[in-house]
Design a protein around this ligand. Structure first.
Ligand code: COA
Length: 416
């Protein structure tokens, strides 16, 4: 069958569908199936019905429960966005105050677990440490294998969200008591405290940090959310599925990209060396970290927010930044040049810088050690993971069990 003939046949089949977006989507799905016989990377395959977040990749739009992420970042607190993501609507004032109190009351870890985390081998990557530490918490929650009660799932989710920054802060400081005897005005302030106590006393920086967290809360059926849902579909408990999601996020093609971006920029060293580095990487078919996205065919709105609204505040006074932190300024200048070259070279392929391209520079400005960057992403994204888990357990879903195309031996027999 010729390509044109096949195309016409598929279009014929889809003739009754009025919505153009849907029609194009089904067309791509059917073409892939007919051409390849399977869906590499599950691209375009719908696996759930969800009402938590939505991306319009052509327009560069991301919404949580219908609200554009930029509006939430600008005007809402992290607690309000947590409430929204888990419950479906923005909280009333009293509800926001309640969830803030609940999160701040639940930050503490059981003493033995805090001590264990503080003594973990320092060579552990913080994301592996986080994944291991989450599993330890199950020892204190023996009812967690019952996943059928909405209220219990919700309370467990809040409790785990509250403990994420503490786990990371305990490992970072090596001190199980690092957060004892302190009061915090907001959960974002506490999260920043876990990475940089001094900066957490600066309300302007806390606001920027809070915005950066809100940008990462949820992102439809990405790799880590899919992992959480896949494990959740087997009715495993919250600690098992969130630990899996953390592992997925750690990969360089997912959340781990923010760490790689900063390492690459530091390796390049200065803006004038960007063209040579980029040419070299592309000649060797190496992916540029922090560039490209499965869904966005235009600039990632989260990357845009970092670039246009957060970083200009950090770099508003270049002379001051250069004087106080020349390495940070160099990093920023190298990134700005890199972005320009990436757009020139890869823009025609609809590849643009993604959120991880810019977020690392902000975390660097926050004084966070590079290998801890992805833990900040996880501290925000656990809200999305738990919302997806609650949504999944509330509906009568099926265990995830896709199909493979077997390409191995036909049945053969062991010689006797
Ligand atoms: N640098 C250079 N080329 C890239 C690229 C990048 N970062 N990302 C994608 N491409 C190119 C591929 O080489 C491929 O080109 P081809 O069609 O000529 O072979 C094309 O774009 C499609 O890439 P593919 O890897 O199939 O896309 P995907 O949808 O499977 O992958 C990502 C999406 C995000 C995994 C991918 O863009 C990537 O690896 N980016 C770098 C890691 C990163 O920043 N991850 C964080 C995402 S928020």
């Amino acid at each position: 069958m010729t390509e044109k003939h096949l195309e016409d046949k598929i279009l014929n089949l889809l003739d009754d569908i009025e919505d153009d977006g849907k029609k194009n989507h089904y067309f791509r799905l059917i073409s892939t199936l007919l051409e390849k016989g399977y869906f590499p990377g599950l691209a375009e395959v719908p696996v759930v019905k969800s009402s938590i977040s939505h991306i319009d990749g052509e327009r560069g739009l991301l919404t949580y429960r219908g609200y554009p992420v930029e509006e939430l970042a600008e005007s809402s607190s992290f607690e309000a966005v947590t409430f929204l993501t888990l419950n479906g609507d923005l909280p009333l004032e009293a509800e926001e105050s309640d969830i803030r109190k609940k999160l701040l009351a639940d930050i503490y870890l059981p003493e033995d677990i805090a001590k264990t985390i503080a003594q973990f081998n320092r060579n552990l990557h913080p994301m592996n440490m986080l994944s291991a530490a989450i599993l330890l918490l199950e020892a204190y929650d023996k009812g967690s294998n019952n996943v059928d009660n909405h209220r219990e799932n919700y309370n467990r989710s809040l409790c785990l969200i509250a403990k994420f920054p503490t786990i990371v802060g305990t490992f970072l400081t090596g001190n199980p008591d690092f957060n004892k005897g302190r009061q915090f005005n907001s959960f974002a302030e506490y999260i920043l405290f876990c990475f940089n106590p001094e900066l957490s006393g600066n309300p302007e920086f806390v606001k920027m940090f809070e915005e950066s967290l809100i940008l990462h809360v949820d992102h439809t059926m990405n790799n880590s959310t899919f992992s959480a849902r896949a494990v959740g579909s087997s009715k495993a408990g919250i600690y098992a599925l969130i630990s899996s999601a953390v592992n997925s996020l750690s990969g360089p093609l997912h959340g781990g990209a923010n760490e790689r971006v900063v390492n690459t920029l530091e390796h390049i060293g200065s803006a004038d060396k960007v063209p040579e580095h980029l040419e070299n990487s592309l000649d060797h078919h190496q992916k540029i970290m922090g560039v490209g996205h499965r869904i966005y065919k235009t600039y990632d709105p989260r990357a845009k927010y970092f670039k246009d609204r957060i970083l200009p505040k950090i770099f508003a006074d270049p002379e001051k930044v250069k004087e106080e932190n020349l390495a940070l300024w160099n990093l920023f200048e190298t990134a700005v040049t890199m972005e320009k070259y990436v757009q020139d070279k890869l823009g025609k392929k609809k590849l643009y810088p993604n959120v991880d391209f810019w977020s690392g520079i902000f975390y660097k400005a926050a004084g966070v050690p590079t290998e801890f960057f992805t833990t900040i992403f996880a501290i925000a994204r656990v809200v999305g993971w738990t919302a997806h888990w609650i949504e999944q357990q509330d509906s009568a879903g099926k265990i995830y069990r896709p199909f493979q195309l077997y390409v191995g031996f036909d049945t053969r027999h062991v010689l006797k």
